[in-house]
Design a protein around this ligand. Structure first.
Ligand code: GCU
Length: 434
């Protein structure tokens, strides 16, 4: 790999970014009543064919998939769904912000590494919080994913830097006037069981997504856009939305982990929940260096099949979150069947690498059945590449994971990340990452 854009630094003092935060994020009810949650009302539809080239000829070999169809499908997602990721890969600089060799009662090495996207310390940057097992004698496989509230929300450790980036207001989480406070420390720790993860021999690395692109519609001015977009007034229909920006930054996180002596960069899995699950899938589809991909409750625009129009729809997501996808995606508002893709094709882009899709029973907004079906319908590509997809499309039994070369479970409970979810991801990783 060409690592010339990476330039490690050793010193510790850095100036954090302060994003202007004047706009409010959209306020969206969790599971609005006016949408369809009734399986019998799912419309009939045909999925776009995975194993047929745009010129109509059949994809009959692994070689044809790799050389012709995969690039076509990737381009379709760039043009019609997420938009393109930034073309440029800046020369990254890294600087260790902190290190605790005996974190978690001596079980983990905990580090914070600041990644600068330019030569300017006051320009865009992101902090990676990394835990690795203290007793590891060789580099460890690692999970890499964004968090919603700041790295300091992952663990109450008072030494973790509190993000100064824009945060979503939530007084119950200690986020006031779009700034995180001391009170917000550890508030997301139930979603990040770091001790359990290191005790099973894995590393876990996380980044606050708001460092990369604050999650509100500001016309693509803040975060990395300030650096990468020269003309933010007239955006092309295929210009990347926030999900593309976030997923691109996950790849920059991987650039850093590949250089990290404590992490086995060839065995890094993306992980993400909800909008960050959509991000995890798009990162894994776009960057084949990721060895495994995990989608936790990613729903519409992630694992779920759009054509089912179950729970959240394309029109609804493009309306509530106009900054997530590319402008071209809006053509499919109330018009899903016209799209040249559906999300089984996003799963197929990850093949033959292992992908795990998880749903939650009460999370009907994310269409658990549609999340499973999209993994199932990617099966022919996994088979063509010598892997096993889901064995059948039977309704999955709750709390009974299915794990082959792909993984799926639906657990009891709501839209969230739980220890049950992480346990399945690590069981799956034991087969595929170690
Ligand atoms: C909203 C949105 C979903 C998204 C979720 C989240 O519910 O409609 O598409 O996955 O937020 O990211 O929490």
């Amino acid at each position: 790999m060409n690592r010339s854009h990476l330039r490690p630094f050793a010193s510790i003092v850095i100036t954090s970014l302060a994003f202007s935060a004047l706009l409010q994020p959209s306020k969206v009810a969790a599971q609005p009543a006016e949408f369809n949650y009734d399986e019998s009302k799912v419309p009939d539809f045909d999925l776009p064919e995975l194993l047929k080239l745009q010129d109509g000829s059949a994809v009959t070999s692994a070689e044809l998939w790799r050389s012709r169809r995969r690039p076509e499908v990737l381009t379709l997602f760039q043009e019609h769904v997420f938009g393109r990721q930034p073309d440029t890969v800046p020369r990254l600089r890294t600087r260790e912000r902190s290190r605790k060799p005996d974190a978690l009662g001596g079980r983990a090495v905990r580090r914070e590494i600041t990644v600068f996207f330019s030569d300017d310390d006051n320009g865009p940057s992101m902090d990676i919080l990394i835990y690795t097992p203290a007793n590891a004698v060789t580099p460890v496989p690692c999970f890499l994913g964004f968090n919603f509230q700041g790295n300091h929300s992952v663990d109450p450790d008072p030494a973790i830097h509190i993000t100064t980036s824009w945060v979503r207001n939530d007084s119950t989480k200690g986020n006031i006037d779009h700034r995180a406070t001391e009170e917000s420390r550890g508030k997301s720790s139930s979603r990040w069981p770091v001790e359990m993860i290191v005790s099973r021999g894995y590393g876990v690395a996380t980044i606050y997504y708001g460092d990369v692109d604050p999650d509100f519609d500001d016309g693509f001015k803040n975060g990395i856009h300030s650096m990468l977009e020269s003309n933010t007034t007239a955006r092309a229909g295929n210009a990347g939305g926030s999900i593309s920006a976030w997923s691109w930054a996950l790849s920059r996180g991987l650039d850093v982990l590949e250089m990290d002596p404590l992490v086995d960069g060839a065995h890094v899995s993306t992980f993400g929940h909800s909008r960050l699950g959509k991000t995890s899938l798009w990162a894994g589809a776009s960057d084949e260096r990721f060895a495994m991909v995990i989608s936790n409750d990613s729903g519409c625009g992630g694992a779920a099949l759009s054509r089912r129009q179950f729970g959240e729809t394309v029109k609804r997501i493009n309306t509530s979150f106009p900054h997530w996808f590319c402008i071209n995606h809006r053509q499919y508002n109330d018009n899903e069947n016209a799209s040249p893709v559906d999300h089984h094709m996003l799963m197929a882009l990850i093949a033959p690498r292992p992908v795990y899709v998880a749903s939650a029973q009460e999370d009907q907004w994310a269409d658990p059945r549609g999340e499973m079906l999209s993994l199932f319908h990617a099966g022919p590509v996994f088979e063509l590449l010598g892997r096993k997809g889901l064995p059948n499309d039977d309704v999955a039994t709750v709390n009974q994971p299915i794990q082959t070369d792909v993984g799926y479970h639906i657990r009891t409970g709501k839209h969230d990340v739980t220890d049950f979810d992480w346990t399945q991801y690590m069981n799956f990783a034991d087969r595929h990452l170690k």
